[in-house]
Write a protein that binds this ligand. Structure first.
Ligand SMILES: [Zn+2]
Length: 88
């Protein structure tokens, strides 16, 4: 071990939090289909606790929104989404 650098052996490229969050929304929308982007995104979540927590949270919200199509969304959340849409 003479080098102080950490060579990446064909490892996936690192992304920053901003890019991870950007990817997160695409991921939740099922639009993150590129293997390399997906790998980078997952790798970031592996070592970034804040993005991991965020992905968990957004995942739950996303599930709720999907369920709203099945009429299972709690009224409070439905109201909040309506308020949000009204503001657009
Ligand atoms: Zn992050």
């Amino acid at each position: 071990m003479s080098s102080d650098k950490h060579p990446h052996h064909h490892d996936v490229e690192e992304i920053d939090c901003l890019e991870a969050i950007d990817n997160l929304y695409a991921y939740l929308d099922g639009e993150l289909t590129d293997d390399e982007t997906l790998a980078r995104f997952r790798k970031h979540l592996d070592h970034c606790k804040s993005c991991y927590s965020r992905s968990e949270l957004e995942g739950v919200i996303n599930e709720r929104i999907k369920e709203s199509g099945k009429g299972k969304t709690p009224d409070t959340l439905k109201d909040r989404i309506c308020d949000f849409l009204d503001d657009l």
